[in-house]
Design a protein around this ligand. Structure first.
Ligand code: LLP
Length: 381
């Protein structure tokens, strides 16, 4: 990942910054495309994971669609050349302004999460004399076995329409003249590493489809969301996620109806491994059991460790000395501003460069200006 030329380039760049390796991204996209094409599956990239223009354009060049969760993401996808007919719009709280952006851009589908939302889409579409294509996002009550903050498919979560409401929603749809039901949508969570979870989702989707079929409803599109996890511990051994097993599993266990199209909304699996947060060591400070390596990146640049107790592999790019244990911490005035405790790293000194790996997904997009901190411009290689 880090050749001497790349490290030399880092030395002349103000830290902290995000580094993206476009070769890794392209290899990931090529693998994704060949595995998805095998079954004619449609992939919509979830912009929320990373909405950097160069990354978006690279993904678009492989022909993928976009999964957006805000009006601004729809505008960005259109600006980066995504086909309107491949843009899905999800989200539990779409504003009127955002729905109108979707309508004005004739997007593929609104993934709807409640009856009141569908009523508003119908009303706004009527004003524009348009028919909005919608999918019902159904809460399948399947446990994703991941961190509770990124679990979305349980009845207790705010997402989707619960099964007990479905009858009344389907009945109400008959009264809407500016809505066309084209799909069923599911998404149970993110960073799912136990693939058997997706088998459970398939079985549940089959049951839900049976419910619809028994009411003579067969939709054109099934969308099973995203969620495929990546290897944060050993990124180098698993730079490219196992798309083959992932899609193979849906092919094996999901019962599609004739001509029914299957859609995915992957975010993390596409962009996580191509991105790293590069940071400089400011100070080494003696601790009780380990030393602190105080770096110039913090929870303001990469929030995941503070928010989800996530771990990212840390590498010292400047030292090959024997290892010692360090608590790697940021400069922000919060004890949760910590990237890892008692990490084995080559002996480290002020000025060394650290790479915080697997930071391409939900890294730069979640950066914030707490403490009036500003992120430096990203670097591509
Ligand atoms: N579709 C829907 C409806 C979603 O809510 C999400 C992610 C995706 C697709 C893409 O999921 P992915 O393939 O990336 O797992 N900030 C958290 C992750 C939040 C995920 C939110 N939804 C993190 O840093 O782990």
């Amino acid at each position: 990942m880090f050749t001497p030329e790349i490290i030399a380039q880092f030395k002349n760049t103000p830290t902290p910054f995000y580094h993206y390796n476009l070769k890794v991204l392209e290899q990931t996209l090529a693998a994704l495309k060949s595995e998805a094409d095998r079954f004619n599956y449609h992939v919509h990239y979830a912009l929320k994971a990373n909405s950097n223009s160069i990354i978006l354009k690279t993904i678009r060049q492989f022909g993928f669609g976009a999964d957006c969760v805000s009006g601004n993401e729809i505008l960005k996808a259109v600006e980066c050349g995504y086909e309107n007919s491949k843009i899905a719009f999800a989200g539990v709280g779409k504003s009127d302004y955002e729905i109108n952006i979707g309508l004005d851009n004739d997007i593929f589908c609104f993934n709807c999460e409640s009856l009141p939302e569908i009523e508003v889409i119908n009303e706004l579409a009527e004003k524009k004399n348009k028919i909005a294509q919608i999918a019902l996002r159904i809460n399948p009550n399947v446990n994703a076995k991941t961190h509770h903050y990124i679990t979305t498919g349980l009845e207790e979560n705010k997402f989707g329409i619960n099964m007990w409401e479905l009858e009344s929603v389907v009945e109400a749809l008959k009264g809407f003249n500016n809505i066309k039901l084209v799909g069923l949508h599911f998404h149970i969570g993110s960073q799912i590493t136990d693939l058997s979870v997706f088998k459970g989702l398939c079985i549940r989707v089959n049951e839900i489809q049976d419910w619809f079929i028994s009411r003579n409803i067969i939709v054109e599109h099934i969308n099973v969301g995203g969620g495929l996890g990546v290897d944060y511990e050993n990124p180098n051994s698993n730079l490219i996620p196992d798309f083959k097993s992932y899609f193979g599993l849906f092919n094996q266990f999901l019962n599609l109806q004739p001509n029914q199209q299957l859609h995915f909304e992957l975010g993390r699996a596409i962009v996580a491994q191509c991105g790293n947060l590069i940071s400089k060591v400011l100070y080494i400070k003696k601790g009780v059991n380990t030393n602190f390596a105080i770096v110039d990146a913090g929870m303001t640049e990469l929030l995941r460790p503070a928010l989800y107790q996530a771990t990212h592999k840390i590498e010292n790019l400047s030292s090959t000395a024997p290892t010692q244990k360090y608590d790697v911490v940021g400069p922000v005035c919060e004890s949760s501003d910590c990237f890892g405790k008692a990490i084995d790293l080559p002996e480290t000194k002020r000025g060394d460069l650290f790479a915080i790996r697997t930071a391409g997904a939900y890294g730069e997009v979640m950066a914030n200006g707490y403490n009036l901190r500003v992120l430096n411009k990203e670097v591509f290689s």
